[in-house]
Structure formats: structure tokens, C-alpha cells
Design a protein around this ligand. Structure first.
Ligand SMILES: [Zn+2]
Length: 466
């Protein structure tokens, strides 16, 4: 643990002495720095990751902005359309907007950080005018290729004024999973206020800080992720720019727990929004005490996870990981998990293949490597998509592979047998594999950690595979 450095002024209210640190994750490389050389990935510069709470406006935030952070890199962009779950969620949002706002060909919908058009394409055939704003060239080009007008820019007051001059004010402004990544938070929200029409709404989505704390999602902390929002903090932020919080929709299963905050120039809270605000106050999200024991819980989770991986390795299991996500960099770095424990990471994004997880020297391979190289355990770094991943990887599970989901508490999911397979299969005997399987299951029930089971398990597993 490093000594927490001095805090920057609050990113929302500007308070110079109001931000109080509560979580120090030590030094970590910048999560999106994927390089093609193992040694280079181990030697990347590392920067402090310290999280603080503003006692004036309740915003949770990184206490410092590390230098040399490239927010977006054109070489390995993220494509939202790679996630089935995200596509489903977005389509539902579009259908809701169409139903609730009586949108037609006179209406304008703008999405900030529109990526490859994964959401705006849902308006196709409705006549509604759409414009995307996306700073990363490749996803922006992908969006244009499917007919979605896309402005290649970062969003703030300047971009908002250009959009208004060209297209008029927007009836709906959507900003999903972007506000936490914005270094100039007030310029971003001021831009939303410039862009939205007098009768329009802004729809902001982001994982909620309450889920982060309650579910120990500490790995969602990384250098490109400046802020962690509560409804209380969002309400104050919007109001600073003349926007009122009107509604809150909760998605407990999306990205580890996501909130949609709906705002406009018109005051007034829905009943459910008032309830969310009240629940947050009752839980204490607006006071430091709520965050005070988080660090100890994070430490305990890291200790448990390391122990489970060490036990699996000691029993001869080969371990891989799923998802070269930014959060994985924080998790591996803080838990001290490197290429001595994890053989490789798989990812669906072809732009990441052939590179290495920052800080670790762990290679990134295509998803097919899971069934081709059949490791025994896959640590799910992209745990926010765990349900989707486990469902997609039936072949890996049928081969006896197990998923180790680290958050909110490390646990195994899937797999035919709860016993690690041998690293090199030696076929000792053949037989009725169902019977062998039953024997393994019985042994596991009797005590999977007994030396007897550990000694016999590889042979039984080999028989099963043979
Ligand atoms: Zn503040």
C-alpha cells in the first residue's frame, strides 16, 4: 500500500478540501495499455489508484488524475455490439423511448458515446432523426456504415453547440456508460444542458456506486474511470447546470448494477426516484461512514481469491481467464495474480488478440482457446457478463471446465466435476464414465481437500476424458 497522495479538487463541486480518501488500491498500470510484448507489458509504468468521497456533494471519485492516460486508443476499440446483453438492454430502452415520448420524424435523438451505433440503429424504420457522437474512429466508421450519422468528437459544451447549430436541440439525449470516463465532468453535463430542448430529457446510465460498495466491485476502479455515482451526487450535478432529476430506473443485473437517471429542465420527481433517493440517504451514501470499511472488505476478497487460485494450482489445475477487460487489470494487479498463475486470457474482441494483459505478461487469445487448450478453471474477469459467458461456453463446461467468478465473493460456477483435471492426461483405465463421474462426485462430497482425493482425482479425470 502506498501513502495516499494529496487529492485534486472535487470533480463535481470543486471543493478543494472536501474529498476524503477511503480506498487505496496501490499502483496499477493504465488498464487500456495493451502491448504486443510480454516483458513490455510487465514493465508498463504504474500509477496510484485512490478513491475518495466528497463530503460536500457526495461524489465518489479518483482523488487524482494520473498523467499520460490515453482515454481512447484507435488500435483496440471496444465494440458495444459484441455483447448480446447490451444489445437487448438497448433495444428495450429504444422501445420505451418510442412509447413514452411520442417520437416521430420531427424528433431528434442524440446519443453521446454512441459507439458502433448499437443503440441508435434501434430507431431504424421509425423516421426519428438520430445523431451519434463518438470519439473513437473505428466504431464511428462502423456506425456510419450502417447509416447512422456520427460526429467524431469528444462531448462537451463545444460539441453540443455545434450539434445544435446543425441539427437543432434534441428531444432525447442519451449518455450510457460514458459520464464516469469524462475528465471534465462539469463541461460534459453543461453540454447535455445546451443540447437538450426545453421539453426534452437527458437519459444517463452508469453503474451505481452503491453496487460497487455493497458488492465489493472494487475492480471497476481504474484510471480511466474518474467518478462513481450515487443518485444523490447526480441530482446535485444536474442541478448545477439547470437540469432537474425526474426519474430513476434501476437495473440490478446490468454491469454489476446500473442506474438510469432521467433529467430535464422541469422540476418534479417520480415516486420511484424519490424512493431511490430516500433509500440512498437511509443507507448513508451521503456520509463518509458508509465507505469507511470498504477497504477491509476488498482486502479480504483479494485474500480469498488468491487462496482459491493457489489451491487449484496446488491440485494440478491449469488456470486461464475470460475477458481482457479494464477491470481485470485492476483485479489482477491488486490481488497480485500474474502469469505464474494464469496461462492466458481469452477475449471476443479481435483487436485485443495477440497482446498482453497490462502489468502481467499474460497473453490474450481468442475465445476458442478455452475449448482448444481446455484449462480446468477460467477466472471470469468480465464478471458483469458472467451469465452470458457461462451460457455461451457449454463446450468448455462439458469438458469439465469451471468458471471462477470473483465478484461479489469468489465462487465456482459450472463444470461437470468439482475436481481439477491433471495437466497432462494419462489414461490409466477405461470404464463406464458415468460411474467414474459418480465416484468423483462422492469423493468430492466426502471432502475435496483431502489428500486422498487430490491424489486420485487426476487419474479419475483422465479416465473420464479417455
Ligand atoms: Zn464535491
Amino acid at each position: 500500500m502506498t501513502t495516499p497522495p494529496a487529492c485534486d479538487p472535487c470533480r463535481s463541486c470543486g471543493g478543494t478540501t472536501s474529498v476524503r480518501p477511503f480506498l487505496d488500491l496501490g499502483l496499477s498500470p493504465v488498464a487500456n495499455t495493451l502491448v504486443r510484448d510480454a516483458q513490455q507489458s510487465r514493465e508498463l509504468p504504474q500509477f496510484p489508484l485512490v478513491v475518495g468521497f466528497c463530503e460536500s456533494c457526495a461524489l465518489v471519485q479518483l482523488t487524482q488524475t494520473s498523467p499520460d492516460i490515453e482515454l481512447f486508443d484507435a488500435e483496440y476499440p471496444y465494440f458495444s455490439s459484441f455483447s448480446d446483453e447490451l444489445l437487448r438492454h438497448s433495444k428495450e430502452h429504444v422501445d420505451l423511448l418510442l412509447a413514452e415520448h411520442s417520437l416521430d420524424e420531427r424528433s431528434l435523438v442524440v446519443e453521446v458515446a454512441s459507439n458502433d451505433g448499437y443503440l441508435l440503429r434501434g430507431f431504424a424504420g421509425t423516421g426519428v432523426r438520430v445523431v451519434g457522437v463518438e470519439p473513437t474512429p473505428e466504431p464511428a466508421a462502423a456506425a456510419r456504415a450502417i447509416g447512422i450519422p456520427t460526429v467524431e468528437a469528444f462531448f462537451g459544451v463545444q460539441t453540443a453547440e455545434q450539434l445544435v447549430a446543425e441539427h437543432g436541440n434534441a428531444d432525447v439525449v442519451i449518455a450510457k456508460n460514458v459520464m464516469a470516463h469524462v475528465p471534465e465532468l462539469n463541461d460534459f453535463v453543461a453540454g447535455l444542458a445546451v443540447l437538450v430542448s426545453d421539453t426534452g430529457t437527458v437519459e444517463i446510465e452508469n453503474p451505481g456506486v452503491r453496487y460497487l460498495v455493497d458488492s465489493t466491485e472494487f475492480d471497476t476502479v481504474y484510471h480511466e474511470h474518474f467518478c462513481y455515482f450515487s443518485t444523490i451526487a447526480v441530482q446535485a450535478l444536474l442541478l448545477r447546470h439547470g437540469l432537474h432529476l425526474n426519474d430513476v430506473v434501476v437495473f440490478p443485473d446490468l454491469h454489476g448494477g446500473t442506474l438510469r437517471w432521467v433529467g430535464s429542465r422541469t422540476p418534479g420527481l417520480t415516486e420511484r426516484a424519490a424512493r431511490v433517493l430516500q433509500e440512498e440517504r437511509e443507507a448513508g451514501l451521503d456520509s463518509f461512514a458508509y465507505y469507511a470499511d470498504f477497504s477491509a472488505r476488498v482486502q479480504a476478497l483479494a485474500t480469498d481469491l488468491r487462496r482459491m487460485l493457489e489451491e487449484a494450482r496446488a491440485q494440478g489445475a491449469r488456470v486461464a481467464a475470460y475477458g481482457a477487460a479494464a477491470k481485470g487489470v485492476t483485479l489482477l494487479s491488486f490481488c497480485g495474480i500474474g502469469d505464474d498463475m494464469i496461462e492466458f486470457v481469452v477475449d471476443r474482441n479481435p483487436h485485443k488478440i495477440g497482446k498482453f494483459m497490462p502489468g502481467t505478461g499474460i497473453p490474450i487469445l481468442p475465445v476458442e482457446a478455452l475449448s482448444e487448450r481446455h484449462p480446468d478453471v477460467a477466472l471470469v474477469l468480465a464478471w458483469n457478463f458472467a451469465t452470458e459467458i457461462v451460457a455461451q461456453q457449454a463446450e468448455f463446461r462439458q469438458q469439465g471446465g469451471r468458471f471462477l467468478v470473483p465478484i461479489p465473493a469468489p465462487r465456482y460456477v459450472g463444470g461437470e466435476a468439482h475436481v481439477p483435471a491433471p495437466s497432462s492426461s494419462t489414461r490409466l483405465f477405461s470404464g463406464d464414465s458415468a460411474r467414474v463421474h459418480a465416484v468423483i462426485a462422492s469423493l468430492v462430497v466426502l471432502g475435496s481437500r483431502s489428500t486422498e482425493v487430490v491424489r486420485w482425482a487426476p487419474h479419475l479425470r483422465a479416465a473420464l476424458r479417455g
